[in-house]
Design a protein. Structure first.
Length: 169
């Protein structure tokens, strides 16, 4: 893997962590004023815009057309979400895969660590639902990163690449 790609993945992950933290803060601050659903909706709107600009400027260091890239980014975001959500639902439907991964996670982490981290009576980090959630996050991030790298923020705009390909034919 090229060094540039590794750096982009690291910057993309960092931007994702920062954006997630900001999103949690937005929901936390607004939930008591407008309710959790509206706070989450507001976070989604702010989050996708913030995510676009941090991905554009920080992860891929792009100076391309913001309107065009923003359109691609939004479509790719929705597409990536739908694909990962579909896989998430398949994983929940086919519990044997998730149960196996959950059993592996329980063996990797001592029970007392899980109890401390999760306050076990409320949530277990190794439950099958949580394992499906983790996989969903990884699938979404990988799919979204790849599509944005090769379409939204590619060095040569997609339309120019198509024109070059057509001219060479």
């Amino acid at each position: 893997m090229k060094r540039e790609t590794v750096n982009q993945i690291l910057r993309y992950g960092t931007a994702g962590i920062v954006n997630t933290f900001i999103g949690i803060c937005i929901v936390y601050v607004l939930k008591d004023h407008v309710g959790i659903k509206l706070a989450t909706l507001f976070n989604f709107g702010i989050g996708i815009v913030l995510n676009f600009f941090t991905t554009k400027k920080f992860a891929f260091k792009s100076d391309g057309d913001t309107k065009k890239q923003g359109s691609y980014f939004f479509v790719i975001f929705i597409f990536s979400f739908l694909v990962s959500y579909g896989i998430f639902n398949l994983l929940l439907w086919e519990r044997s895969i998730i149960n196996a991964l959950s059993a592996i996670a329980r063996k990797l982490f001592p029970e007392f660590v899980i109890d401390i981290i999760t306050a076990k009576r409320y949530l277990s980090l190794t439950s099958s639902d949580m394992i499906a959630t983790y996989l969903n996050i990884v699938i979404f991030a990988a799919f979204n990163f790849s599509l944005n790298k090769f379409i939204t923020f590619r060095k040569q705009p997609v339309t120019d690449a198509i024109e070059v390909d057509l001219q060479q034919s």
